[in-house]
Write a protein that binds this ligand. Structure first.
Ligand code: NAI
Ligand code: MG
Length: 341
């Protein structure tokens, strides 16, 4: 059976806020490129709470474990109090340790005309995101930053493996080991050990605050960047800002066997339901998913259509300076996909 006739079974978590709008846009684009998917639509987050009495139903986890691949829309997390981030729960439960975020000016809109083409490898399971927080005394709170050799080593390996497939073959480890000598020191030591096994890859180290400045001033110097959970979170949004914002940057959460694809952006409650969300980040995430399942031809076609579409600077959503709706953008992109048949 050729790939063309193949029907994939993939889990879909539409998410909340703009999630349903952007995931349905991505589904249309995949279908237009001839990919047939039998979507298993599953609940999570606040929506699941009423029906299942939990934000992460076992059914949803089972579906992902069975299909091994999922596309996910953003899920709202209450700030301050309320339930724990479902995104963090998903990553921990399924051990999706690598958060991979390619950021490229070819698939975005740059404001400063400096080429950006980098891939961020963010450790996804530990650091300050373990949720171990204590009020140690009235007026004094404490968060535990947990760094392990195991997690640091496997994210480093994933980053170096990815770098081997790229033209520049360069990895920057980003840290603050000058201040956090033990935790970031262990991260850095672990990455250095992995780097020794990849002599073909140029290895560099940079302190996180300097990295932020360098990315704004000379983003072209970065290829693959590997960092801990918190730095990765912040640096990815910074990188997104260089290429047109959160509306265009895709992501993948990778484990040994399971992969969940989702944009970097959140549920954008300020624009939810207005039909103006930018679906490109989710479409690009879905395209990473196509490569993951081996549908490289369709992925190449969608990528080429996105480049054509963005070069025209037409039918852009408001976040990119246009006045198109989500549907208008999707229709214009599908036109390009058809042209490239
Ligand atoms: P956000 O990414 O939802 O929004 C930040 C700003 O970017 C807003 O002004 C929003 O309108 C805009 N924006 C984001 N995506 C856009 C798109 N596709 N098109 C056009 N504009 C877009 O971040 P925020 O406001 O910090 O978080 C909102 C909620 O999303 C929170 O509950 C947060 O916990 C959750 N969140 C969920 C994520 C996930 O499910 N992976 C990731 C990040 C945040
Ligand atoms: Mg974030």
């Amino acid at each position: 059976m050729s790939n063309k006739e193949k029907v994939y079974q993939i889990t879909l978590i539409p998410g909340d806020g703009i999630g349903p709008e952007v995931t349905s846009a991505a589904r249309k684009v995949l279908a237009a490129a001839g990919i047939v998917i039998d979507w298993e639509i599953m609940d999570a987050g606040a929506g699941a709470l009423q029906k299942y009495d939990t934000t992460l139903p076992e059914e949803t986890l089972e579906s992902i474990r069975k299909n091994k691949v999922a596309l996910k829309g953003p899920l709202t997390t209450p700030i301050g109090g309320g339930f724990q981030s479902v995104n963090v729960l998903l990553r921990k439960n399924l051990d999706l340790y690598a958060n991979v975020r390619p950021v490229s000016s070819a698939l975005g809109i740059t404001f400063q005309h400096r080429p950006v083409d980098m891939v961020i490898f963010r450790e996804n399971t530990e650091d300050l995101y373990t949720g171990m927080e204590y009020e140690v005394a009235p007026g004094v709170a404490q968060s535990l930053k947990v760094i392990t050799e195991r997690a640091s080593t496997r994210i480093a390996k994933a980053a170096f493996e990815w770098a081997m497939k790229r033209e520049r073959k360069m990895v920057h480890a980003v840290h603050k080991a000058n201040i956090m000598k033990k935790s970031d020191g262990l991260f850095l030591d672990s990455v250095r050990k992995v780097a020794k096994n990849y002599p073909e890859v140029t290895y560099k180290e940079i302190i996180v605050d300097n990295c932020a400045m360098q990315m704004v001033m000379r983003p072209e110097q970065f290829d693959v960047v590997v960092l801990g959970n918190l730095y990765g979170d912040i640096i990815s949004d910074l990188a997104a800002g260089l290429v047109g914002g959160l509306g265009v940057v895709p992501g993948a959460n990778l484990g040994e066997e399971i992969a969940i694809f989702e944009s970097v952006h959140g549920s954008a409650p300020d624009i939810a339901g207005k039909g103006i969300a930018n679906p490109l980040a989710t479409i690009h995430s879905a395209n990473m998913m196509l490569r993951h399942i081996g549908e490289n031809k369709a992925a190449d076609r969608i990528r080429a259509a996105m480049v054509l579409f963005l070069a025209e600077r037409k039918h852009l959503t408001p976040d990119l300076g246009g006045n198109a709706t989500t549907d208008e953008l999707v229709d214009a992109l599908i036109e390009k996909i058809k042209l490239l048949r």
